[in-house]
Design a protein around this ligand. Structure first.
Ligand code: KMH
Ligand code: ZN
Length: 307
């Protein structure tokens, strides 16, 4: 039986610092969280850069370089930086980390969608930093733009740096976008999909929808793709279990969910990694090591990166 690739998405650009004291955003904390997640059994960590002073999402290559090399110095983990960045960034800014650091893998967002976080303002009223409320309010008019012209640029760059795209799928139509990019030769096999469920603007996180995404991917892409699921908030664990049982992999992490269980904040990404591994072991599965994940996803190797 194939091993299960567990990914930890350490911080993202969705949650803001006031939502949890455990959300890492400075360089040292992100390095420590990457090491802790690896030691807990994650084969992959997904990284967003943030301004270390106040947690504002950043596209700074130097901040990415400090985080990625700090984690690389003390682990064998696969590091997947984001090209999603945040809504204040241009495609060029979002892609800079790939061109400069040539990672083994990077996210590739397969289409545009509304990416709305503003409803959380009903729950969070007090903020530590003055940027947080405007940032969240601003998502009311945010279209996360990933049109085909930019998808051609992202995929072309990743082909040049031999970086595997971790293809983020927010809704079913984006699977057809992938099929089109494979047909045009921009995306190469093995295709690796990350179903991102439960974002307001994307596909809701239900078992039916997950099975539909898997079925539609098989119809459009054939049977040789690999896939993982990450679901927002309370759906993170239920969707992960269903996906593993269907033969897929599992992303956890504070980017997607701040809690370990109802009403209990996760104190680190590693706590969610440990919980996911406890669950899959009860079901008879084992987590993949980073090198096993490199084999499964046919990655170029940590010795080929530029950080
Ligand atoms: N920052 C979100 C708008 C990615 O990492 O590429 C999209 C995101 C996906 O986080
Ligand atoms: Zn992300």
């Amino acid at each position: 039986m194939e091993k299960v690739i567990i990914t930890a998405a350490l911080t993202g650009a969705i949650h803001t610092p006031s939502m949890s004291e455990y959300l890492p955003f400075n360089i040292e904390d992100l390095i420590e969280e990457g090491i802790r997640s690896y030691n807990a059994g994650a084969a992959v960590v997904h990284i967003h850069a943030r301004n270390p002073e106040n947690g504002v999402p950043s596209s700074s290559v130097e901040i990415f370089r400090d985080i990625l090399s700090g984690i690389k110095d003390r682990s064998n983990v696969i590091i997947t930086p984001t090209t999603g960045g945040s809504y204040a960034m241009t495609p060029k800014e979002r892609l800079a980390v790939v061109s400069a650091l040539k990672p083994e893998m990077a996210t590739f967002n397969a289409g545009s969608l509304n990416f709305a976080l503003y409803p959380v303002l009903e729950k969070y009223r007090e903020f530590k930093y003055d940027w947080e409320e405007d940032y969240l309010k601003g998502t009311e008019s945010f279209i996360f733009s990933n049109h085909f012209e930019s998808l051609h640029i992202y995929s072309k760059t990743m082909n040049e740096t031999n970086t595997r795209p971790e293809i983020e799928i927010y809704d079913v139509g984006q699977i057809n976008n992938v099929a089109q990019l494979v047909k045009e030769g921009y995306l190469k096999k093995p295709i690796y999909l990350q179903f991102v469920m439960g974002i307001l603007g994307g596909i809701p996180a239900t078992a039916d929808n997950l099975l539909y995404l898997i079925r539609e991917s098989k119809r459009l892409l054939g049977d040789d793709f690999k896939w993982s699921v990450c679901a927002a908030g309370r759906f993170q664990f239920p969707m992960g279990v269903i996906n593993v049982l269907e033969g897929g992999f599992w992303r956890v992490g504070l980017e997607d969910n701040l809690y370990l269980e109802k009403g209990v904040l996760a104190k680190s990404n590693a706590e969610q990694v440990e919980k996911a591994i406890r669950i899959i072991r009860e079901l008879g599965y084992e987590p993949a090591t980073s090198d096993e994940a490199r084999e499964i996803l046919q990655l170029k190797g940590i010795d080929k990166v530029n950080y």
